[in-house]
Ligand binder design. Structure first.
Ligand code: PHE
Length: 510
């Protein structure tokens, strides 16, 4: 036991001040197991009672069979012992059945040693007594770790009775706190110790700076937020500024009208959008901008477009809702950019991004939730083209480890041209949709008041899909909502998007 070993070490040190080599230590006449000793030494060392250094050496040790022969004698000696003295001897078959298979090997050796010979089917002794040199050799290897006669040693090795091993033992000296008695060490100072004054004499366990420590019980980031942080880094790396998306409630004005989405558009139906009851409406949007947007919807305004040719209603624009996309914030930010441009008298290119929550009145299933997160990017600069958008997408997605990107024309009310973004899914061996993008239409940018040569490219994708891929979650309801397992949030590791992850990531879509 550890206690017995510790006592042995302390008593030996007390007597002789140092243990030159722990291989010589004996407990109840048995050599001490060095690995067990190490445990005892470490515990004493942590209390500064002893100190030690390791001694590494190579030594010969007995194999399991070698150990058996050292204990019971060699096969040949055992066969010899099985044969009684006298002319008669004993039937060979008897010896074999008594000693088993090993008797065959032993018998051969005993013939070679001229200890026994055959007489008919019997074995008879040729000598009165023998010396079992093999057993003696093995016992010597056991105690000394080697033999003088290298030839014998090689022979034992060939017979798989001994093998060479690295053996570590220890040189042990007294430590500053050496004593024969092991004091119990306190781990913490307690109320009782303070009250009784016991703390003054108590000896405290040393602080272990290598211990892993308890996992913190405080807050933990949701997996979605961990993945969001990774995407955030990509945007920051590329010089983007984060948009303020902390307000989920929005007016139809910014969510739809400012994006040139006609008021009778199906997306504005209560089937697709959550409208607010309280407050149900607002009129807090810039009046001048509102007039321009109204005109653009009705007849194109100053944009050169003919508009949608319907009667635009302020009441519809005033309806409050939970934003259906983060593009609602993008439209507001571009308006702010236009205002700033007018105020400072020159246009400064801008790169915005946001990663935040959006809401759609959809039926919930394994891959759809009524609330989810969008990743959105917006770049405003003079004379941007579709080529810029495609080129930029290539760089952006490469940073996420996706190098096979394709585009397909699509329709959005606020972009022209518009492109769905596809990425090749190595696992599924097919192209999957990962997002939507385009150049904002003149009908959208015109009313906002940006200089006429400023073009704005933008794109949006989902955050849930890459997160599910990253953390191996198959049902979106295990990720978000009331069925989420809280310990999952606590235990999932931080997110690092590597190239490999990017390849799988392409299951993401909005
Ligand atoms: N707002 C779009 C959506 O929710 C995504 C998008 C953003 C498309 C920007 C084009 C430009 O689907």
């Amino acid at each position: 036991t550890v206690e017995a070993l510790q006592a042995l070490v302390l008593q030996t040190l007390d007597k002789q001040n140092v243990i030159e080599n722990s291989k010589d230590l004996k407990l109840n006449d048995q050599p001490v197991e060095q690995l067990a000793l190490l445990g005892a030494l470490n515990s004493l060392k942590s209390k500064d009672m002893v100190d030690y250094t390791s001694i590494d050496r190579e030594a010969w040790t007995l194999t399991a069979e070698g150990q058996q022969l050292a204990d019971q004698g060699s096969h040949e000696a055992r066969v010899f012992d099985a044969v009684p003295a006298g002319e008669e001897g004993i039937a060979m078959a008897d010896v074999l059945s008594r000693l088993g298979d090993a008797a065959k090997i032993g018998q051969g050796k005993a013939f070679k040693n001229k200890w026994l010979s055959k007489k008919g089917s019997n074995l008879v002794r040729l000598v009165d007594s023998i010396v079992d040199q093999t057993q003696l050799d093995l016992k010597q290897v056991q105690t000394e770790g080697t033999l003088q006669d290298a030839k014998v040693l090689t022979d034992l090795k060939k017979r798989k009775l001994v093998e060479k091993q690295k053996i570590t033992s220890f040189n042990v000296v007294k430590g500053p706190e050496f004593s024969l008695e092991i004091k119990k060490e306190a781990t913490d100072i307690t109320y009782e110790m303070l009250q009784s004054g016991e703390w003054k004499n108590a000896s405290f366990k040393k602080y272990n700076f290598d211990a892993a420590g308890l996992p913190p019980n405080g807050g933990h980031l949701h997996p979605l937020m961990k993945v969001r942080q990774e995407f955030r880094e990509i945007f920051f790396e590329m010089g983007f500024e984060e948009m303020p998306t902390n307000c989920f409630a929005e007016s139809s004005f910014w969510n739809f009208d400012a994006l040139f989405q006609p008021q009778q558009h199906p997306a504005r139906d209560a089937h697709d959008t959550f409208f607010l009851k309280d407050p149900a409406t607002t009129d807090r949007f810039p009046r001048e901008l509102m007039e321009k947007i109204k005109n653009t919807h009705e007849n194109g305004g100053d944009t050169g477009s003919i508009g949608y040719n319907y009667k635009w209603k302020e009441d519809d624009a005033g309806k409050m809702l939970l934003r259906t996309h983060t593009t609602a914030v993008s439209s507001y930010m571009l308006y702010k950019l236009a205002e700033q441009t007018k105020a400072q008298g020159f246009f400064k290119p801008a790169k915005y991004f946001s990663i935040d929550r959006v809401f759609r009145n959809e039926s919930v299933d394994a891959t759809h939730l009524a609330e989810f997160h969008q990743i959105e990017g917006v770049i405003a600069d003079k004379n941007l083209t579709l080529g810029n958008l495609i080129g930029f997408m290539d760089v952006f997605f490469k940073k996420m480890g996706m190098d096979k990107i394709r585009f397909k024309p699509t329709y959005n009310p606020y972009t022209e041209p518009s492109m769905e973004i596809f990425s090749y899914h190595e696992g599924l061996k097919k192209w999957v949709e990962i997002g939507n993008s385009g150049l904002f239409r003149p009908e959208m940018l015109g009313p906002l008041g940006l200089p006429s040569d400023v073009r704005v490219v933008a794109w949006g994708l989902g955050l849930e899909r890459p997160t599910m891929v990253k953390y191996g979650i198959n049902n979106i309801r295990d990720l978000l909502g009331h069925k989420v397992n809280i310990s999952m949030i606590k235990e999932y590791p931080v997110c690092r998007l590597d190239k490999k992850m990017g390849k799988e990531l392409i299951g993401l879509s909005q």
